[in-house]
Design a protein around this ligand. Structure first.
Ligand code: NAD
Ligand code: WQD
Length: 339
């Protein structure tokens, strides 16, 4: 089975994908600089898979570190998760985002070219659609309206990779546009562990539910949605992980550029998500209505039919399961991963 380099493999989505890749028989190698993850995730991975993962502690901007991995292993392809992802921080520190995400990807591509590895799966985001013209969002919708440096960095990388595939038809490039990943591994030993105040909704909810924070701030209740709060396409991180295995299985050996939405195709409002987590944890979760957050859109959900057709993949875990698994992780690990 193919050996796959997984940049950012210690992170939230990468670590869950690692587990599903092992299940499916692939040989993943983690490459991560741990700028947004903790070394203890490696022990959790080892406990689930019964083997310590192949691990390189390195930075995708460091060519020598990448060259070393490519020289030590016969690598068939790369899944590229490594990057910075906080939208607000990207507005405050745009150069860090372009440096890490865009320049880092360029260095990775150059190292791949030097090693004659021309198969790549890239973590893109629904953010590339900006404020969509309509919902559900198809892959052929325009991608010109990203409103923050994080989104711009994803768009730039998508464009660079498309130009690369155009210039050299040997490349196989799969762009996976994730919607809103939430939930955790069913073991309750792995999950999302944001550093500091969470930017995203569900870690905030679970931190309130477990007593780490007082109340959830709901950013706007005057959107043109059924209950006035923002609507998103939440997808279980295990379904997302399975989507990567499907992309590896069906697209890695097919040259060209392949683009897929990874979402459920169904939208839930902030209020509905809070209610789902209340059910999961068995008590009420305190919240307050606040002003809209700058840059937010009213609603966003995917049309996931292309992935179903071509990757033979579709999400199977519902919002109830996402809340149950997300809560199991948070309640077993109130402070996240140990250092
Ligand atoms: P994460 O921060 O948990 O994981 C990213 C990992 O990459 C971390 O372990 C971090 O230490 C590592 N990393 C960052 N910069 C690096 C560098 N220069 N060299 C080596 N390692 C580096 O984030 P995640 O939620 O798992 O997201 C993974 C990818 O998916 C990111 O590219 C993100 O932009 C994208 N994405 C995430 C979401 C989401 O909501 N979580 C949605 C759409 C797309
Ligand atoms: C979801 C909903 C908020 C926090 C972001 C990135 C996107 C992708 C996923 C990486 C919205 C509301 C949130 C809170 C709230 N990441 N909310 N109170 O903004 O859809 O997407 O993460 O690629 O690029 O933009 O996700 O979880 O921040 O917000 O009311 O404390 O919850 O307004 O309606 P978002 P989110």
């Amino acid at each position: 089975m193919p050996t796959i380099l997984v940049t950012g493999g210690a992170g939230y989505i990468g670590s869950h994908t690692y587990i599903q890749m092992i299940e499916a028989g692939f040989t993943p190698i983690i490459f991560d600089n741990f700028c947004n993850s903790k070394l203890s995730v490696i022990e959790r991975i080892s406990a689930i898979t019964s083997h310590p993962p192949l691990l390189y502690q390195g930075d995708i901007r460091n060519r020598a570190q990448l060259d070393e991995v490519f020289s030590q292993h016969h690598i068939d392809g790369v899944i590229h998760f490594a990057g910075l992802k906080a939208v607000g921080e990207s507005v405050a520190k745009p150069i860090d985002y372009y440096q890490n995400n865009v320049a880092g990807t360029l260095t990775l591509i150059q190292a791949m070219q030097a090693a004659h590895v021309k198969k790549l799966i890239f973590s893109s985001s629904a953010t590339v659609y900006g404020d969509p013209i309509s919902v559900p969002i198809r892959e052929d919708f325009p991608t010109l309206s990203a409103t923050n440096p994080y989104g711009q960095s994803k768009l730039m990388i998508e464009r660079m990779l498309q130009d690369l595939a155009h210039s050299d038809p040997e490349w196989s490039i799969t762009l996976l546009r994730y919607f809103n990943p939430i939930g955790a591994h069913p073991s309750g030993t792995m999950g999302e562990d944001p550093q500091g105040i969470p930017n995203n909704l569900t870690p905030y909810i679970t931190q309130v539910a477990v007593g780490r924070r007082d109340q959830v701030s709901i950013f706007g209740d005057d959107y043109p949605t059924p209950d006035g709060t923002g609507v998103r396409d939440y997808i279980h991180v295990m379904d997302l992980a399975d989507g990567h295995v499907a992309a590896l299985t069906h697209k890695l050996n097919e040259a060209g550029v392949h683009i897929y939405n990874l979402g459920t195709g169904q939208g839930y409002s902030v209020m509905q998500v809070i209610r789902a987590f209340e059910q999961a944890c068995g008590h009420t979760i305190d919240y307050q209505m606040c002003a809209r957050r700058e840059g937010d859109i009213a609603q966003c959900w995917s049309d996931p039919k292309k992935a179903a057709r071509e990757l033979h993949w579709q999400a199977s875990r519902d919002i109830k399961q996402m809340a149950i698994d997300g809560w199991r992780w948070q309640s077993n690990n109130p402070e996240g991963y140990p250092n």
